[in-house]
Design a protein around this ligand. Sequence first.
Ligand SMILES: C[S@@+](CC[C@H](N)C(=O)[O-])C[C@H]1O[C@@H](n2cnc3c(N)ncnc32)[C@H](O)[C@@H]1O
Length: 228
Amino acid sequence: MSELELFNPRRHARLIFELAADVYAWLTWLPEWRAHCASLVDYFPALERPLDVLDVGVGPGVSAIAIADRLPDARVVGLDFSQRMLTTAQGYLERYSAARQIHLLRADAATLPLPDASFDVVTGHSFLYLLPQREQVVDEIARVLRPGGHCVFLEPGDGGDMLSWLKVPGSPKLKLCMGLWRVFSGRAGRFSETTLAQLLGRRLEHVEVSRTLEGLGLLGRARRKDHT
Ligand SMILES: C[S@@+](CC[C@H](N)C(=O)[O-])C[C@H]1O[C@@H](n2cnc3c(N)ncnc32)[C@H](O)[C@@H]1O
């Protein structure tokens, strides 16, 4: 095994996130990160009933709480394979968002223990880039989306330069988050607009990818076909 394989964030994501859950939660529990997670809602479909939303890689819960705070009627499932992350998420939920309809689920996104066509929206904030089996996860996401359902992902992109993380508007703590995100994603594997569009386009249609966060981030949107 090479030195690179010994410490590869994609191979060892689960262990890394079990160990780093508390630090990650401290880093990302800040207004700007919550606002950015909440901005995924701008791309949700407008339906006349409460949306069923699956947030994959929910981590310490910041992304699911931010979404539920923007859409109080939505039924949100936050899924993660790290028990430590989910324990932290449960603590945040009890303290800050107990009234919201958020259910936490421990599972691997590569084999979702969820029925076919059961969600209107699947979201992921800083998630797909971590996966060794990205295609399998996208296939699973397509399976659990209802026909016409949307997915919205925010992923690290290959744009920006060494100092872009300093230019992201916000507090020093947000800049620290962005700097660490850039370093970590360099090891795990960032997307280009083309590679993210190709991944989402495997099983989904109406794929759109745009840049955000001073070029450091890519926002990918896609929809499941109306017919199967
Ligand atoms: C960078 S964190 C993002 C957390 C949150 N969405 C946010 O933006 O703050 C990524 C999360 O994905 C989880 N994760 C990675 N691979 C996974 C997999 N195959 N199945 C489920 N969760 C996974 C990790 O445990 C971690 O909590």
